[in-house]
Design a protein around this ligand. Sequence first.
Ligand SMILES: Cc1cc2nc3c(=O)[nH]c(=O)nc-3n(C[C@H](O)[C@H](O)[C@H](O)COP(=O)(O)OP(=O)(O)OC[C@H]3O[C@@H](n4cnc5c(N)ncnc54)[C@H](O)[C@@H]3O)c2cc1C
Length: 488
Amino acid sequence: MTTRVNTVVVGGGQAGLSVSHYLTIHAVEHVVLEQADLPGDAWRSHRWDSFTLNTPRWQSRVPGARYGADDPDGFMPKQEIVAHLEALASRLPVRTRTRVASITPDQRGDYVVKIDGGETISARNVVMATGLYQTPKIPRLARDFPAGMLRLHSDAYRNPQQLLPGAVLVVGSAQSGAQIAEELYESGRKVYLATGRAGRTPRRYRGKDANWWFAKMGQYDRTIGELPSPQAKFAGKPHISGTKGGHTINLHQFARDGVTLLGRLEDVQDGIVKLRGDLYDNLAAADQAEAELVKAIDAYVARTRIAAPEETLPVLRDGFDQEILTELDLDAAGITNVIWATGYCFDFSMVKLPVTDGDGFPIQTRGVTRFPGLFFVGLPWLHTAKSGLIYGLREDARHVADRVAERADVRDSETRTAAPQLALLEPKRSRATRWADRVLTLIWSSALSLALDGFATYATEICPTAPHDRAHQANSAIAPTDPTPSQG
Ligand SMILES: Cc1cc2nc3c(=O)[nH]c(=O)nc-3n(C[C@H](O)[C@H](O)[C@H](O)COP(=O)(O)OP(=O)(O)OC[C@H]3O[C@@H](n4cnc5c(N)ncnc54)[C@H](O)[C@@H]3O)c2cc1C
């Protein structure tokens, strides 16, 4: 059976729902196809129980979602963002339990969207909103760990009670690995943490949240062309947390609290893990990221004379007192659990067009591809540093929806319906907001943003995705020689 619809949005996460919200305002006939039982599944089913957004609430408002009076500087537990997405989806044309298998161009310049089970939909436009965090990335060497051990990806980790009694090896020290390691050792587990090069962002500095400073300094508006390399968009996110009201995560504190810090994982044979002796370099990289951020904020404060009380962050060195281990006997260490906090793989091969680059990332400009009617939204650095965050969705989703609406033709106009109730939900941009936008753009294009290049990949909340086998994630906790599969 083939049905026809103007626009198909693939994926009912925050990106797909945001595009749907703007398409509804434009009165473009469309449907959102989501493979999971409910929309917003990434937050509901792929994060651990205590997960709390790392971005403050003022940065975490999904376009079109209704927010009551809330605490803009606080941090949402995952249940809260899920509830917002469910409420938004209930007002939009979302079809769940519908997995798209392929998208193929047809003779008329439209797209044939094939759904698992055989149904097809013919669409003039397709908006891909399947995210970049699609499949847990698990290194091949995971198979060489003793069979009796519990082996989990962070995607499947829920809470400490889920694990076998005994110690835990957490592999990966970007945002997820550091947060999970912290939860585990605070629950009384002995934790071993294999580190990579992720940076540290202090949660607050000089009276403000780090993300407030990034926004103020125009860092979120940096465009992809300003990255040192295209692969930099896959860098791991820095140590920071939204739990307990938001706090800094510092690996030196972990060392002080009894966590055994390790260098990168290189191999495992007969229950012996081989480690790279780069622990101190990894700790130094995290320290340097924080130092550079502090320097940049100080320079910004001095230049703009903004009122911000001086502050000296605590300097911890405990990690440097730990012995560098190059081997770890799992049995002797009592390790019965391994958690892979090693990121995700992505795959856009369901689109049967040459639309991805050598890293498998969509080739597009602000979500618009060279294939008329084919769009992407919701990816890290799709357009700017904030594109992969809820914070950046408003701009990106609206831009893509506007381009879709421009393609509406006479044939489609008959199917258009007015949607005044949704238009009312769209907040009006105040003159002050428009002024702030202009100022941010000025700051962004100033010499300051060039000076910040050194920590750009730490500073922004870009994502830890490792792109297939082709490019190795530079800050991974797995040595680059490991032949990592694209499917975890
Ligand atoms: C651990 C972690 C922490 C994060 N923390 C924050 C944070 O604090 N703040 C922030 O702003 N961002 C954060 N992010 C980044 C980002 O906001 C989230 O990853 C977000 O879920 C991305 O939204 P999305 O809609 O683009 O993709 P997703 O939420 O992944 O949604 C994609 C949807 O597409 C569906 N789908 C996929 N393939 C198909 C198919 N073939 N057919 C039909 N449906 C399909 C999936 O089921 C899914 O529901 C975090 C990311 C991770 C991994």
